[in-house]
Design a protein around this ligand. Structure first.
Ligand code: SF4
Length: 340
């Protein structure tokens, strides 16, 4: 299906019913009570890769402990990581903390997506979501949910992940925001529609404000759009971490070699990519497409050890704050169980 030129689409006729529907159907969510940029920013970072239902209790606890930008910027990163524990993707929490300090230094959270893009953890989608929801900047948002809705609406059977097609869809999302309706509402309407009506499987078309406009529905091609992207093939890795302890401390190394958990503190040890699953391992752990098989070696003494510049001793009690990844905690539990 070829692209319909943006100038041939009646965007006002699409924005109006979408906006009306949102005002009637929107869910009450804690970050919708108050559109302070700080709250919108925290909610958008938490919502990356995480469902609304999972985020709600974390958001509420976080806002009670860190009610404003200044409090977050002055806080200890370990306390931020502790409150984040269980949400996963911990680089989000580290970037959030760094960005809070930079926002304070620069006089607050910027109101345009172009400015927001300069801060850690803020990509195109999140910057646009924050500037439009908190400041009504007239820009569209494009994430997986929005891509699904727009490709179905236009029966757009293109490889949406390619730059030129993404650009077209971004143009569609931006065009929906050029009218009298606040961008905070238009963009949240699209997010809401993707989460509650235009579902990946079995969309509820009879509840959709665009059911009269949707080309995929009228052309009976909903199951074909958006086109499916080929999955990254799984990779097998064999990791042989070494546990050195002294007094109440354990040796960790800043990871610059392994393709997973990059730049995080991990146990030192060899790692190699394999063709097949190794025979001899203590535990396995999956991170996205990395299937990691782990064989742990525990050393009784660290006396003869010479430390490299990327290695450091950490208190054992501190480890879950330094790196909350469950891979590390699994290694310690496994090793403790074997030494009993
Ligand atoms: S009519 Fe159905 S497929 Fe089309 S946008 Fe609405 S929910 Fe999605």
């Amino acid at each position: 299906m070829s692209e319909t030129a943006l100038s041939n689409i009646n965007f006002h006729a699409l924005a109006q019913p979408l906006h009306d529907w949102y005002l009637l159907k929107k869910r009450q969510l804690p970050w919708r009570d108050n559109r302070a940029a700080y709250r919108i920013w925290i909610s958008e970072i938490m919502l990356q890769q995480t469902t609304v239902q999972a985020v709600i209790p974390y958001f509420e606890r976080f806002i009670i402990r860190f009610p404003d930008l200044q409090t977050l910027a002055n806080s200890d990163i370990e306390e931020v990581l502790q409150l984040w524990s269980g949400l996963g993707y911990y680089s989000r929490a580290r970037n959030l903390h760094k960005a809070a300090q930079l926002f304070v230094e620069n006089g607050g959270i910027p109101s345009t997506f172009q400015e927001l893009l300069k801060y850690p953890g803020l990509g195109d989608y999140t910057s646009r979501a924050i500037s439009s929801i908190a400041f009504d900047e007239k820009v569209g948002v494009l994430d997986g949910n929005v891509i699904r809705i727009l490709t179905r609406l236009l029966n757009y059977q293109q490889e949406w992940w390619k730059t030129e097609h993404k650009k077209y869809l971004q143009g569609v999302a931006d065009s929906l925001n050029q009218f009298e309706f606040p961008s905070s509402e238009i963009n949240q309407a699209l997010m809401e529609l993707g989460a509650t009506v235009c579902l990946p499987q079995s969309p509820l078309c009879n509840q959709c404000p665009w059911s009269d406009n949707c080309l995929a529905q009228s052309q009976k091609s909903i199951s074909e759009v958006p086109l499916k992207r080929k999955k990254t093939p799984n990779q097998i890795w064999y990791w042989q971490p070494e546990i050195y302890t002294q007094k109440n401390q354990v040796l960790l190394e800043k990871n610059t070699k392994l393709p997973f958990l990059k730049n995080q503190w991990l146990l030192p040890g060899k790692c190699s990519k394999q063709e097949d699953r190794p025979q001899n391992y203590d535990l396995k752990h999956f991170i996205t497409h990395y299937n990691i098989y782990v064989k742990i070696k525990r050393h009784e003494s660290a006396k003869a050890l010479r430390l490299y510049s990327n290695q450091q001793w950490f208190d054992i009690d501190e480890i879950k704050h330094v790196n909350p990844s469950s891979l590390l905690s699994k290694c310690f539990s496994n090793s403790a169980a074997k030494s009993k």
